[in-house]
Design a protein. Structure first.
Length: 155
């Protein structure tokens, strides 16, 4: 599998991620190390969205920024995960194609468990219709917010 990888900060954990991916037989496309997190998330997302990579792994201090940036790219479903079960569920129930995690608390052991869970779990076919609801946004913009009942005072 070809995997896009990016991080805004190179650490022992990020080196470990690349090593584990290669040891598992994956081709790793490093799209950035040490660049601003919006650029890293977008670049990983673009590799997925364009079909140049099959999956992505992206990280920053909390993982939040890179996951937001990656999710701005059409076709990307980045999931911010903190453990193997969350990563497994992100694949199974959400067909996530980018694993995002934070560098602040993630150990080499935990990231290895997340990678293995994420990359060996297939989406649940029974979730296909639900996942399809995440399809591309209509050309005229996002769907309107759900309607709500007026407040008792009429507002």
């Amino acid at each position: 599998m070809r995997i896009a990888f990016g991080t805004d900060e190179r650490t022992a954990v990020t080196d470990h991620v690349q090593r584990v991916l290669r040891e598992r037989g994956h081709e790793v496309e490093v799209v950035g190390e040490g660049d601003p997190w919006p650029d890293i998330g977008r670049r990983v997302g673009q590799q997925i969205g364009a079909g140049r990579c099959d999956a992505g792994v992206v990280c920053c201090w909390t993982g939040t920024g890179v996951s937001i940036a990656a999710n701005k790219v059409a076709g990307v479903r980045a999931a911010l995960c903190t453990d193997a079960e969350t990563a497994r569920g992100a694949r199974r129930w959400n067909d996530a194609n980018v694993l995002a995690f934070g560098l602040r608390l993630t150990t080499e052991t935990v990231v290895t468990e997340m990678l293995d869970a994420f990359l060996t779990t297939d989406p649940d076919p029974e979730e296909a219709a639900t996942i399809a609801l995440l399809g591309p946004t209509a050309p005229d913009g996002p769907a309107p917010p759900p309607s709500r009942s007026p407040a008792p005072d009429g507002s």
